[in-house]
Design a binder for this molecule. Sequence first.
Ligand code: G
Ligand code: G
Ligand code: G
Ligand code: MN
Ligand code: NA
Length: 255
Amino acid sequence: FELETSLRGALAADEFELYFQPIMDIGTRRLHAMEVLLRWRRGGKDGELVTPDQFIPIIEENGMIVPIGEWVIRQACKQSMLWQSQGMTPVPLAVNLSARQFMHRGLVESIRAILDDTGIDPALIEFEITETALMQHGEQTLEILGHINAMGIRLSIDDFGTGYSSLAYLKRFPVKKIKIDRAFIKDLEQSAEDRAIVAAIIALSNSLQLSVVAEGVETEGQYALLQRHGCQFAQGYLFSQPVPHATAQLLLPRC
Ligand code: G
Ligand code: G
Ligand code: G
Ligand code: MN
Ligand code: NA
């Protein structure tokens, strides 16, 4: 309750920040993209850093996810353009979208306005939507995703494996990439069962022309197993935790 009260002024007080976590190309071990992760600097400049699990559920519930989520998309586009203007080679930035944002009719129009205002190449923005969110509003979601896809923004399925969809069902959506939930990666080296599940997801995804990101990769052993099974991309503490923009920019190649 107290959190909710201080969250109300947080956007106007400029207390949100973007963090970035690298997504690596497994074959080349080079940077492929970065996931954008929201942080709340509670109380301003010297305030404590609050992670999304502590406030995303609140702002999803009270609807503040709509303006805050829009701010995240705009800020990510601005950041990409700023890096480009400073001579860095951009990589795509992957922004998380909540189910609640899909229920808001204005989503497509605000994305269009952000693309226009910032001038960003839509190929440099991706949206991550969870499997569960995708299932919630079948037809309306399908329509909105169609509009987003038509703008040239790629879509990926986040936390794959934790919901109840099948890859066959996902083929109805204009999705190019799936992210295997870290629950399946955690015990990859110890668990033959998890290896079987992950191998099957990768094989079927590849045959459906979907690329695959493994989340929560923490060890070289996991990395080697994923590489052997044909997984293209990996994200996790093995490479980097989510970092602030000043650190993220050091990871970008220069033109
Ligand atoms: O950064 P990590 O530490 O704690 O993030 C936890 C989860 O919070 C992520 O998996 C993601 O689902 C969610 N999250 C992070 N940033 C955003 C955001 O900008 N918008 C939405 N909707 N969810 C986010
Ligand atoms: O670092 P400083 O407090 O001056 O940043 C001002 C705002 O601009 C912050 O919200 C910061 O997150 C944002 N920002 C994003 N990218 C950059 C950048 O490359 N340089 C600076 N100075 N600020 C950036
Ligand atoms: O997937 P969401 O979009 O749900 O995912 C990002 C979340 O996962 C962030 O909270 C991030 O801090 C966390 N995360 C990223 N890499 C790792 C990792 O290698 N191990 C663990 N335990 N958490 C991770
Ligand atoms: Mn995500
Ligand atoms: Na995830």
